[in-house]
Design a binder for this molecule. Structure first.
Ligand SMILES: Cc1cc2nc3c(=O)[nH]c(=O)nc-3n(C[C@H](O)[C@H](O)[C@H](O)COP(=O)(O)OP(=O)(O)OC[C@H]3O[C@@H](n4cnc5c(N)ncnc54)[C@H](O)[C@@H]3O)c2cc1C
Length: 326
């Protein structure tokens, strides 16, 4: 099926920047992860210390949190029963969908007014009108009031439904015009701007290869937690170099002096977290703070025997180009 393998009945246990571990212990090596939906409780909600079930705050049918006068819960964070005596059955509770969240919000507003006016509260009750899912490429599947649709018609319905939910006339018009235009003149992808932050924490699992010979030099790494090992081999001269890095230690500083390709292999010896600083930001910092620059040059001299030491045979490394100051 279009080169896609679908795995059912198994969740994701953890992910690092080079692999994904599934709940059954199998590991999928990858540097690209596309997550489509989160299914864990919001951190703030989980920290409230309320009675939770399936990661959601337990409520009664009126969306009140039992035992906490004046506290109500709705939406994804709430587990609202749809029947009087709910069992351990997801169908007995409001599902975590926008369709339900919007209705719950309306019903909650009604109940809050009723509480103030000391009139009768209404239990939450709503039957889904159906479901819609876009498949991309102007195709979708839909089931509306029991009628099943697929293809272009379902896609049109999906778009109409989402358009109706956009707040305000201006937003609706802007999106509609954009969609119609895209039908006739699809957008040209000529520039994809990178909005990646200049620093980020990266997780590695034991055995993950952090850097490999031949990879482009991209930044500077400081170990925050764990242990990693650098190995550089030069088969031509037989030179072998090894170094261990623990918390507070760093690697990749040679980006200050050289550019082009990595010559060594860095591997995680245990589950580790490193702070990555982009090459551009790191060179800027070192350039602006001579103390930093001096520290790294001394470090390279004492650790690697100097900046000119390339270790790898036929290394294409060359002097890094400095950016023009503003
Ligand atoms: C990828 C994806 C696709 C989905 N597709 C569909 C779909 O096709 N149809 C459908 O019906 N449902 C869909 N859902 C589910 C739907 O989005 C949710 O059920 C719905 O948004 C729940 O509404 P909510 O108000 O409870 O939570 P949310 O819409 O998540 O709103 C919670 C808000 O609280 C804010 N917040 C979080 N923490 C804090 C904090 N500490 N302080 C202040 N603000 C905070 C968040 O930024 C957010 O704005 C999808 C969900 C995802 C993730």
């Amino acid at each position: 099926m279009r080169g896609i393998e679908v795995k059912t009945g198994v969740g994701t246990k953890s992910a690092t920047s080079t692999s994904v571990e599934l709940a059954d212990g199998s590991i999928i090596p990858t540097r690209t992860i596309v997550a489509t939906i989160g299914n864990g409780p919001n951190q703030l909600v989980a920290a409230l210390g309320l009675d939770m079930h399936w990661g959601r705050i337990k409520t009664d049918r009126f969306m009140r949190v039992p035992g906490h006068e004046g506290l109500w819960a709705v939406g994804d964070a709430a587990e609202i029963p749809l029947v009087e005596q709910p069992a351990e059955d997801p169908l007995h509770y409001a599902p975590q969908t926008a369709q339900f969240a919007v209705r719950e919000g309306r019903q909650l507003a009604h109940n809050l007014m009723a509480k103030t006016k000391e009139t009768e509260l209404k239990p939450f009750a709503y039957t889904s009108k159906g479901s819609l899912a876009s498949l991309g490429m102007s195709k979708a599947v839909a089931e509306v009031y029991g009628v099943k649709l697929s293809g272009w018609l379902a896609w049109l319905l999906w778009r109409g439904f989402y358009l109706s939910f956009l707040p305000g006339f201006a937003a609706k018009l802007r999106v509609l015009v954009n969609w119609v235009l895209n039908l006739f003149v699809p957008p040209n992808i000529v520039l994809v701007e990178s909005t990646l932050p200049g620093t980020r924490y990266i997780h590695y699992r034991t055995g993950d290869k952090v850097l490999e010979p031949g990879m482009l030099i991209d930044g500077f790494y400081t170990v925050v937690k764990g242990a990693l090992k650098l190995t550089i081999d030069n088969p031509k001269t037989g030179e072998h170099f090894e170094k261990l890095f623990g918390p507070g230690e760093h690697f990749g500083e040679r980006v200050l002096l050289k550019s082009a390709l990595r010559t060594g292999l860095v591997m995680a010896l245990e589950d580790s977290i490193v702070l990555w600083i982009s090459q551009k930001d790191f060179t800027r910092l070192a350039r602006a703070f001579p103390v930093l620059d001096n520290y790294f040059r001394d470090y390279i001299e004492s650790t690697f025997g100097g900046a000119e030491k390339s270790f790898a045979p036929g290394s294409a490394n060359h002097q890094a180009e400095l950016e023009t100051l503003p």
